[in-house]
Design a protein around this ligand. Structure first.
Ligand code: F6P
Length: 555
């Protein structure tokens, strides 16, 4: 890799800064009035997705300059290094090979002398065997009853990916199989778990302990409670502890030793590798809850969709490359138009958890302020990103988007077609009209955010409190349909977008050292709370809070 030096010292960056001074005052409605072809001109398609970037506050020359920036930042070379399995995660000295998890079985990817594809497919086959057993009603609990409920215990990447996808693809549950309900408990306070323990039957409940490190206290504390609950109900006197462990626990981790230490039987261990980042891990064993919900064929279709996006990412020209373009739109907003808030707005209830998923993917990856060489960055990196289902957000925070003082970039996401598979004709008709209503809202909102109150042809003038300024940039992503394939492509699109931005910013998107100190200090604080010793070393606020809890006999 040739050193390129700080990106903001390059002529390409400076040319963009000067260009931004001119563009800052240009309103989107002006850009749209310049050409009727703007939508076609700034839209691209790949892998069942259509990306419309015409509502970004840019012109052709802006995009040319951004593409030059990508070249100067050596984005094409970085993509090759990522996909080839080079050690792109420099602070942890390892590759980031989530793309290998979706390679087909006949592919070959030699990483440091070893083809890793066979191991990936051995794990997928192991998952397939397990899923088949569950869906045939043959995975039985310790008392012989078929398992009906699986609770995933995990947090962060070991929770959000599977949670998001199982909701998104709930329509793809296979019929005529033994029904297994999948649940998710992530919070360390035990509130989600307590609810499940209250209503589930221990005889027919199995827990999946999902943790790459198998050291995360959030997950291990839930796991300990779950174990005690099962043992309390299923093992009396001479009951078989090992049988309960075998029939009621599966472990998913990159540390087989730690799974064994915890008591997960060898046959119930699904492995993945250090070269898969937690927030990039839904494509392998961490995806077990997805496969249990939609079946292994649909899980493999999800991988195929992601792989189609990987191929596009690897081969498309920069100017037609969806992840690259999406990344450049973000760079333009964050670094040149000073727009540092980004909202994710899906118009499809099945994507309820998509924004939460992206919050981790984008902010844990690119919420960084030192370069790969340890220098402090001289420009903004990841924006504050948040979101919610668009139709619900319309009744919550859209007021700020329309009339607040913050500039916000928005991503609108929707499927073009929906409800084709609803059998009852009358219901299908009603649901399709709801889909039409939803799309109308999606398109109306992005138009209003773009044009302001000029979008409405009424007989103004309006009082100032009814005026909308518009000029909020947005991207619209339309999926042909929401299927396992298009969802896979959509998630891979965002993963690669994050990578391209990290490359331009020269930061490492695959580590998360900022989270570590929080874990350490929480452990120390818990010791103080429990032992009532060492409080004097703390600051006045922490002391006051802890003493208030002690006085309330809270712990
Ligand atoms: O919050 C930090 C983090 O390490 C995330 O990156 C990760 O997804 C999550 O914790 C869970 O980690 P693990 O899968 O090791 O339990």
């Amino acid at each position: 890799m040739t050193s390129r030096g700080p990106i903001d010292r390059h002529a390409a960056w400076q040319s963009l800064s000067a260009h931004a001074d001119a563009m800052r005052e240009v309103h989107l409605k002006e850009l749209f009035s310049e050409s009727d072809e703007r939508h076609g001109h700034f839209s691209r398609r790949a892998a069942g997705l259509m990306l419309d970037l015409s509502k970004q506050r840019w012109r052709d020359d802006t995009l040319d300059k951004l593409l030059e920036l990508a070249r100067v930042a050596q984005v094409p070379e970085a993509i090759k290094r990522l996909l080839a399995g080079e050690r792109v995660n420099r602070s942890e000295d390892r590759p980031a090979l989530h793309t290998a998890l979706r390679l087909p079985a006949d592919a070959c990817l030699e990483v440091e002398g070893e083809d890793i594809v066979p191991a990936v497919h051995r794990t997928l086959d192991h998952m397939a065997t397990m899923v088949e057993k569950f869906l045939a009603g043959q995975w039985r609990g310790a008392t012989g009853k078929a398992i009906t409920d699986v609770v995933n215990l995990g947090v962060g990447g070991s929770d959000l990916g599977p949670l998001m996808v199982t909701h998104a693809l709930a329509d793809y549950r296979p019929r005529d199989v033994h029904r297994v309900e999948v649940h998710f408990a992530s919070t360390m306070d035990g509130s989600q778990l307590a609810d499940y323990l209250d209503r589930l039957n221990p005889e027919t409940t199995l827990f999946v302990l999902s943790s790459k490190s198998f050291t995360t206290i959030d997950t291990l504390s839930n796991a300990r409670t779950a174990k005690d609950w099962l043992m309390g109900h299923l093992v009396d006197g001479d009951g078989d502890h090992d049988l309960v462990m075998r029939q009621h626990f599966i472990g998913v981790s990159a540390s087989p030793e730690k799974m064994s230490e915890w008591g997960i039987s060898n046959a119930n261990q699904l492995e993945f590798w250090e070269w898969v980042g937690g927030r990039y891990s839904l494509w392998g064993a961490i995806g077990l809850p997805i496969a249990l919900t939609v079946g292994m064929d649909n899980f493999r279709a999800l991988l195929d969709g992601a792989h189609a996006m990987d191929r596009h990412f690897a081969s498309a020209e920069l100017a037609d490359n969806l992840p690259v373009l999406l990344a450049l739109a973000g760079i333009w907003n964050v670094n040149f138009l000073d727009i540092r808030a980004h909202s994710i707005l899906p118009y499809d209830g099945r994507l309820e958890y998509f924004a939460s998923y992206l919050e981790q993917l984008e902010m844990e990856s690119n919420g960084k302020s030192v370069t790969n060489d340890g220098e402090k960055v001289r420009y903004s990196t990841c924006p504050v990103l948040w979101g919610q289902l668009g139709p619900n957000a319309q009744h919550a925070f859209y007021q700020l988007l329309h009339q607040g003082t913050q500039a916000v970039e928005c991503d609108f996401i929707a499927p073009m077609r929906r409800y084709d598979r609803v059998e009852d004709e009358a219901t299908r008709k009603h649901l399709k009209s709801q889909h039409r209503l939803t799309l109308a809202n999606c398109f109306a909102q992005s138009r209003l955010l773009m044009l302001g109150d000029e979008a409405i042809d009424d007989d103004g003038p309006r009082p100032s409190h009814k005026r909308y300024h518009g000029n909020q940039p947005s991207t619209t992503l339309l999926l042909d349909r929401l299927t396992p394939e298009t969802l896979g492509a959509l998630v891979a699109l965002y993963e690669h977008k994050v990578f391209v931005q990290a490359t331009i910013w020269d930061i490492n998107p695959f580590d998360q050292w900022g989270v570590e100190l929080g874990k350490k200090i929480a452990t120390q604080t818990e010791q103080i709370l429990a032992s009532r010793e060492g409080i004097d070393a703390l600051d006045a606020s922490s002391r006051g809070l802890i003493e208030a809890v002690w006085n309330a006999e809270g712990v």
